[in-house]
Design a protein around this ligand. Structure first.
Ligand code: HEC
Length: 144
């Protein structure tokens, strides 16, 4: 988990400092990696949300935090000029409506924070369903 957070911070710092500027392929690869990590966190939490695995506050806290960190990086990962230049499913709407996209990313961040704060299985299950809803809501509009 620490390694993952370090990686996200490295990628986003690289992006923020302009080290990757104009390199469309680097942005596309970075955001797909981050999305894959997000998918991995969901697979880790899913069985717990379904009650197939016991609630574990430590895992939930770390996973929620890592989702929130990754969500914060989303708006940085789709600068103008990275619409194409690699295999990407990013919808053109992201670039036409960056504000709307950033709002969806903020919903994911807040849902991650809710998961992070869950103290009981019930709280976690509620937070997990709003978390899962944010994936669908963004993908349906902003992913091809
Ligand atoms: C703010 C919008 C947004 C939210 C919220 C969001 N995604 Fe995505 N996701 C995208 C976009 C855009 C892409 C396509 C990125 C690309 O191909 O450049 C994507 C791609 C993916 C991919 C494919 C990565 C690959 O290998 O190409 C996975 C897996 C994924 N998302 C999982 C999730 C999960 C799970 C959640 C919820 C926890 C989530 N996403 C929430 C916008 C979002």
């Amino acid at each position: 988990m620490r390694l993952l957070l370090t990686l996200v911070l490295l990628i986003t710092n690289g992006v923020a400092s302009g080290a990757l500027a104009q390199d469309s392929l680097a942005y596309i690869e970075a955001r797909k990696q981050i999305m894959k990590f997000v998918g991995g966190e969901m697979r880790r939490l899913g069985p717990m949300a379904q009650g197939r695995v016991d609630f574990n506050a430590d895992i939930v806290q770390l996973s929620g935090q890592s989702l929130a960190v990754m969500a914060s990086s989303y708006p940085l990962l789709f600068p103008p000029g990275t619409k194409s230049g690699g295999r990407t499913q990013a919808a053109p709407l992201i670039f036409d409506d960056p504000k709307g996209f950033a709002e969806k990313a903020a919903e994911l961040r807040m849902a991650g924070e809710l998961v992070q704060q869950a103290q009981s299985s019930e709280q976690f299950q509620r937070a997990f369903s709003s978390l899962a809803a944010t994936c669908k809501s963004c993908h349906s509009q902003y992913r091809n």
